[in-house]
Write a protein of this length. Structure first.
Length: 212
């Protein structure tokens, strides 16, 4: 069983952080092969491209790892920069948003609402610290079970990206202002909420995750 509280820390640009994130993805991909989906059968469009996206997010300080003591339990990337796979009518020029990518929970932590807690953490922090009015996710187009999961978390389907070659074309959005503060709190308050530096990182300060 996990030792609560878990900690959420920004992943550093190191070989170990990259290896941890790839291992979490590969673990999830193995599990997905037992489900009715073609998600992550192989890295898209190539392993080099997939790995390059992970490295870019690490270099920009946008990726986070959730730790159970010294065990990596989950990861996600939270990005305040606009996502090219969202249509122009959803541009941040109209309303700022946070885009969540590569939310992956280790299988040994399935069923603990860890993924839902991390989504709430990302959305609520982006709202309070940076004025993001919504949280947006692009989900694997053919993974209908994943679509249902996001809808159970309060996301609305916002249509599909027009690029037929992009596998994560299903777009989901949730207002950050509706994310509740649970009691006991899901997260302790960050020590400092500040505007991001010019690279627009999400700076959360020391953060702890507590399972309700």
């Amino acid at each position: 069983m996990p030792v609560w509280p878990l900690s959420v820390r920004r992943a550093q640009r190191t070989d170990s952080a990259f290896t941890i994130i790839v291992a979490l993805i590969d673990d999830a991909a193995t599990w997905l092969r037992t489900k009715e989906t073609d998600q992550w059968i192989r890295p898209w469009p190539t392993r080099a491209d997939r790995d390059g996206r992970i490295q870019t997010s690490l270099s920009a300080g946008k990726t986070w790892i959730c730790w159970d003591r010294e065990i990596p339990a989950a990861t996600l990337t939270a990005d305040l920069d606009d996502d090219p796979y969202w249509a122009s009518e959803y541009s941040q020029a109209a309303a700022r948003a946070v885009y969540v990518h590569r939310l992956v929970v280790a299988r040994r932590y399935a069923g603990l609402r860890l993924g839902a807690s991390l989504l709430d953490w990302a959305g609520r922090t982006a709202w309070l610290a940076h004025g993001a009015r919504s949280m947006r996710i692009s989900a694997w187009t053919t993974n209908l079970a994943l679509h249902s999961y996001y809808q159970r978390q309060g996301f609305d389907l916002r249509g599909y990206h027009a690029d037929d070659g992009y596998p994560s074309g299903a777009r989901f959005e949730k207002s950050t202002s509706v994310i509740p503060f649970a009691w006991p709190p899901v997260f302790s308050a960050p020590s400092q909420l500040i505007e991001p530096p010019p690279s627009r990182l999400i700076d959360l300060g020391p953060t702890r995750l507590i399972e309700p």
